[in-house]
Design a binder for this molecule. Sequence first.
Ligand code: HEM
Length: 410
Amino acid sequence: MATLAKDQLHPVDPLDVSRSELYRDDTWQEPFRTLRATAPVHYTEQSDYGAYWSVSTYKPIVHVESLPEIFSSEVGGITLADFLPESDVKMPMFIARDRPVHTAQRRSVAPAFTPSEMVRMSDDIRRRTAEVLDTLSVGEAFDWVDTVSIELTTQMLAILFDFPWEDRRKLTFWSDWAGDIELVKNEDLRQQRLQYMFECGAYFQNLWNQKVGKEPTPDLISMMIHSDAMSHMDQYEFIGNLILLIVGGNDTTRNTMSAYAYGLSQFPDERAKLESNPELIPNATQEIIRWQTPLAHMRRTATQDYELEGQTIREGDKLALWYLSANRDETMFEDADWIVVDRPNARRHLAFGHGIHRCVGARLAELQVTILLEEMAKRRLRVNVIGAPTRVSACFVHGYRKLPVELSRY
Ligand code: HEM
């Protein structure tokens, strides 16, 4: 029976998987298991984000994402938290646009993520990764999240944007504010966010001014300036898309790197398998992304009534596509809760989504994580977790705030 939780104004549905404490306490597995087994398309009437449908198995998520006209990213945005026009900064981003605008804007940044661009960036990323690893001492305790995951991700983004190196942590700071959907619950924090987003906008405006009218350079800002679709944007749209590219790459890649450290410590036999066979690294990268699923959900809003798995979705209803759960779907992945570094179908995970919005930065994230694993292997370094992680308390970004570790050699 539903109970009334402390500080909450509505009864708690035990299958309301939007509750942030499930992620803070790492107890989300059980309710999702129940959802997958009994109600893969489930309606939660009341939650902190209002009513919503949970889609929790693999196939219906792929189905919904294959129908972008019926399940819109634009009508209600891409997270369960609704946009509040009166207190949120207006920052249109192509992740939250439908066709045709989405197609044109995505096309203008996609060249930054082609295989040949990845080859161009890889030496720089490898050199920077090596530099960070070479500052670490074996046997000394440190926080993996800040020292490695945040630092390397920030460096990767700074390379991508040709962002002033000494200011690179600003990227992390703005991105953490932009991507925090828990802010929806607090008006003061929303205002604070607004202020930081303006600060970010002003900084990028300045970078933009320095590059406009100049010869194109192979970084994202210049690429956006010289693209057709982007050059027709107003200032808010330009900044919104820049922030999208920072936020999109930030927590996600960071939390994959933390999952590598934490996840393999939970599965020491798999870690040993990887250590003795570095050729498994590219597959292990996919498997770690699947196991972590750094973005737990994306939201869609129905533009018409639609029958899904025997349930009637009504026009205007919101749906959470729980990638986190689809990637633990036992009908797709055997022993889905385990990391298996040589899992044959690890690549089929849904952590990057599916369809027209599938992550445009996937190759870059894979490159950065693979390089990290290769450079660790080269040094025969192992991460030993020496305390409980502190986790992000949110149903969108799925990750770690702190992870105490020390290194050893094998
Ligand atoms: C879209 C996950 C890394 C930029 C997405 C989507 C997901 C996702 C789930 C939405 C798919 C959908 O709505 O169907 C991830 C994960 C990453 C990662 C798990 C790391 C492991 C990156 C990186 C960048 C990036 C490194 C760029 C620097 C974007 C952008 C979109 C996107 C711009 C919007 C694409 C569109 O709407 O067409 N990502 N992402 N992501 N991601 Fe990533």
